[in-house]
Structures are given as structure tokens and as C-alpha cells.
Design a protein around this ligand. Structure first.
Ligand SMILES: [Zn+2]
Length: 335
């Protein structure tokens, strides 16, 4: 059943390919972020050490080719030694092969498993579904970014996109970990990889740079905006909230998100409070037997009226009625 509305679709429109706006900016110390595209962009980070560079998501082959040139110019003699995949989704994971001559590839142990699943079970980013469950998606089944990039992904031009095609440019990891945490060190610097567990995808890792006090988060942390598509996870909203609480225990000052967010720790706390307040309001209404329409008319969450999307639409935001609907559907299905 298709349950998303237009505004929520925008939340998960995978980054459009071919966007040429790419910027490199220092976050803190030797840690930099790179943004590809505008609006719902894709963001990655890299850490420069005396022995080379640790790079997070490679994003796309075109982006990686460009970045490789930029790094060679800016940091000569410091090749990329590690590429760390936040998760298997194609809007973050493609293009790593560009660094295969110098780098090793790190991911959670569930990433290879996800890449090997049929496309319907692997679930691409956005709300594409293999509705007839035949292991491939048509242009009609493809939604958001998968539809926008359909011809690019349909390598054999047969009118169907398979998981194999969609993952063709994704470098499989050489190093995986199955536990909660893994540390990667290079040149006296370090990044802690933290498995986000029940969040977004089961291979999602957040990357914590303790010396810089910076956290790079995956697709479930959005700040200062109305969001999210709570049903995508197919897990209770409480799992989402608990994941944010776990992040709050880390010592960080700056959060960089995998799409375009940069925020403070307080912003992350506020995001979690927003999720809690939204869930509480919608849960109370469900308990009282109110309809979705009644809840959409009465829940105001004015405390968050400064969030993007509350008064006017912005990239990656939904309207208040849409997030109420998403919470309602999540709470009635997955709680
Ligand atoms: Zn994702």
C-alpha cells in the first residue's frame, strides 16, 4: 500500500545525480565535509592524517573522481587509505572503486548481505517497492531517486532495474565488523564506527571523531526541520528515539548529517524531543479513539514552529499534517 504523500516523498528523494555543485569545507581540525549537490544534497566527510586520509561515503563515481583530484591537489602524498561506508544505499555507497588503488573498504557486516538481497527486500532509498515481488522494479514501481536515475541504473536497458544493477558501482567491503563498535586508526588519528542498529537500515553506522568532537550521522538524524518518514524503518518510533538518545551520550559539539545537516548537540537533543512530543501527541489521540483527520486538525506542536517546513516548505521537509500522518501510520502498524 502506498502511504507516502508528496511532501514526505521529498524527504527521501535520493540525491539527484549530475548535480555539479560540490564544496569542501573544514568542520574542525583535520576533518572536512564535502557536499555534493544542493537542496537534498549528499554529504560525506574525510579526516586527513600524516599517513593518509580516512574517507566516509564515496557517494557516486563522478563525485569520487572529482574528489580524488581535489585531494591530490590539496593534500599531496596523502592517499585515501580507508573508505568507510555508512550503509549500502546507492545514494551514498557508489564510486568507492575510484580509491581502490590505495584504500581498504570498511562497512558493517550486514552491508554485503543487503547488497545481495533481491531489490524488493533490499529496499532502495526512498519508497520504491517491488510490488509484484519479481526481484526487479519497473519504471512505474521505481519512485523518487530510483525513478529519476532509472535509465542510468538499467544497465542492460531491459526496462527493469535489479539490485545487481543498482549496486554495480558499489565497492564491496574488505573489512567488516558485526559488533556495536569498531575503531579505525591511521597516522595517530581515529574514528569510531558505531552501529546504529535498528535504524534506517540494519547496516547503518555513525562515525564519531573523538579528537574533533564531531559526529557524522546517517540518514535518520534530521535537525531543525519537520520530518520524517517513520514507516520506512518498519520499526517502532521508540526505536528511533532511543537511537538518538544513544547518540546524545557521545561527547560531540558538531553533528554533520549524511544529506546536508550540520547542527549542534543541542539541535540533536531538540530533534529527539520533537520526536517524543510528536509521538506522545499522536499516541494520546489514538488512545482517545480520534481519527487521523482529527489529529491533523488539533495537534500543533508550536514549540517547533521555528523548524523548516512548519510555516513554509523547504527541502527535505514535510508539512505538519504529513508528519502527523506518518507518525500515526507508524504507531498503528509498528508499535
Ligand atoms: Zn539511506
Amino acid at each position: 500500500m502506498r502511504i507516502l504523500t508528496a511532501g514526505l516523498l521529498a524527504l527521501f528523494t535520493a540525491t539527484a545525480h549530475g548535480q555539479q555543485t560540490r564544496t569542501i569545507a573544514q568542520v574542525r581540525g583535520d576533518l572536512y565535509k564535502v557536499q555534493s549537490g544542493q537542496g537534498v544534497a549528499a554529504v560525506t566527510v574525510f579526516l586527513v592524517t600524516p599517513e593518509g586520509i580516512i574517507l566516509a561515503d564515496p557517494l557516486t563515481p563522478e563525485f569520487s573522481a572529482w574528489l580524488k583530484g581535489e585531494l591530490a591537489t590539496r593534500f599531496p602524498g596523502r592517499p585515501v587509505r580507508y573508505v568507510i561506508n555508512s550503509h549500502y544505499h546507492y545514494d551514498h555507497a557508489r564510486g568507492g572503486g575510484m580509491f581502490a588503488d590505495t584504500a581498504r573498504f570498511v562497512a558493517h557486516a550486514n552491508m554485503p548481505k543487503n547488497l545481495a538481497l533481491p531489490i524488493g527486500r533490499a529496499r532502495p532509498p526512498g519508497d520504491t517497492e517491488d510490488t509484484n515481488n519479481d526481484g526487479r522494479v519497473t519504471r512505474e514501481e521505481a519512485q523518487t531517486g530510483t525513478r529519476a536515475n532509472f535509465d542510468r541504473f538499467d544497465g542492460d536497458a531491459d526496462g527493469f532495474v535489479t539490485q545487481e544493477e543498482i549496486s554495480a558501482d558499489i565497492r564491496r567491503p574488505d573489512i567488516t565488523f558485526a559488533g556495536d563498535r569498531q575503531t579505525v586508526t591511521l597516522g595517530g588519528k581515529r574514528v569510531d564506527l558505531i552501529h546504529a542498529k535498528n535504524r534506517h537500515t540494519d547496516d547503518l553506522i555513525d562515525m564519531y571523531f573523538p579528537d574533533e568532537r564531531v559526529l557524522f550521522t546517517g540518514d535518520y538524524v534530521w535537525t531543525n526541520r519537520l520530518c520524517c518518514n517513520f514507516q520506512f524503518d518498519r520499526r517502532p518510533m521508540t526505536a528511533w528515539i532511543n537511537s538518538i538518545r544513544a547518540l546524545e551520550t557521545l561527547d560531540f559539539d558538531i553533528m554533520v548529517g549524511s544529506h546536508f545537516e550540520q547542527a549542534t548537540k543541542q539541535d540533536v537533543v531538540t530533534f529527539r524531543q520533537y520526536l517524543e512530543d510528536l509521538m506522545a501527541a499522536v499516541s494520546a489521540g489514538i488512545t482517545q479513539g480520534k481519527s487521523l483527520e482529527e489529529l491533523q486538525k488539533t495537534i500543533r506542536l508550536e514549540k517547533y514552529s521555528h523548524f523548516a517546513g512548519y510555516k513554509e516548505a523547504a527541502p527535505a521537509t514535510a508539512t505538519l499534517p504529513q508528519v502527523i500522518q506518518s507518525a500515526y501510520l507508524s504507531l498503528t502498524r509498528y508499535q
